[in-house]
Design a protein around this ligand. Structure first.
Ligand SMILES: O=c1[nH]c(=O)c2ncn([C@@H]3O[C@H](COP(=O)(O)OP(=O)(O)OP(=O)(O)O)[C@@H](O)[C@H]3O)c2[nH]1
Ligand SMILES: [Mg+2]
Length: 197
């Protein structure tokens, strides 16, 4: 079975990538699956693209083989695009999904329902030693619920209701999330590039 290294330490992402690559007979190996302890990569970029490139290139160089990185986040219109590239660490470090949810719900408590629009973005970077890094981007539109519900997924899933749905991402079946998510929309564009991996 072919292997692709996913330059992530996020368990939720790692699980979704395993599901995406399984049908192609490609094993998605995350940094959490490796025996070698990989130090945390500092996300010093000012955009999703820059941060995705930093993660993918660092890991591709380290292992001298192709690596894929995901830099993703939530863009909330009424918060002028926050938490954006700071989604993972919005309420401080180390990452605490519940604290992040509490923070946006508090900041949005006066925002009326029709102004709670938001979108998830996912930028994937594919880095190969000695070659130019490639990027694809996917989005998922929706809105932020007033309170949280659901246990599936990760991050802000318990407060994000995708367009056309009444449940949050965390209430959807994981397979259903994986059909409509920003990550899936990015993966779809990767399909034509997959033999490069
Ligand atoms: O509800 C969510 N459903 C999703 O599908 C999703 N995708 C991203 N996010 C949020 O955006 C941060 C990414 O930040 P990020 O790209 O730096 O990743 P990370 O730091 O968690 O792991 P790594 O891949 O960098 O190791 C994550 O932590 C989450 O808060 C999501 N929230
Ligand atoms: Mg990160």
């Amino acid at each position: 079975m072919k292997k692709i290294i996913i330059a992530t330490k996020n368990k939720g992402k790692a699980k979704e990538f395993r599901a995406f690559f399984d049908p192609y007979d490609i094993e998605a190996v995350s940094l959490l699956d490796l025996e070698e302890e990989i130090p945390d990569i500092e996300e010093t970029g000012e955009s999703f693209v820059e941060n995705a490139a930093i993660k993918a290139e660092q890991i591709a160089n380290h292992f001298q083989q192709p690596a894929l990185a995901d830099d993703s986040g939530l863009i909330i219109d009424s918060l002028e695009g926050r938490p954006g590239i700071y989604s993972a660490r919005y309420a401080g470090e180390p990452t605490d999904d519940q604290a992040n949810i509490d923070k946006i719900l508090e900041e949005m408590k006066e925002v009326p329902e029709n102004e709670r629009t938001a979108r998830f973005i996912c930028v994937l970077a594919i880095a190969r030693p000695g070659e130019e890094t490639m990027f694809v981007t996917g989005y998922c539109e929706g809105h932020i619920q007033l309170t949280q519900s659901g246990e599936n997924g990760f991050g802000y899933d318990p407060v994000f209701v995708p367009e056309g749905y009444e449940q949050t991402m965390a209430e959807l079946d994981p397979d259903e999330k994986n059909q409509i998510s920003h990550r899936k929309m990015a993966i779809n564009q990767l399909e034509s590039k997959i033999d490069l991996l």
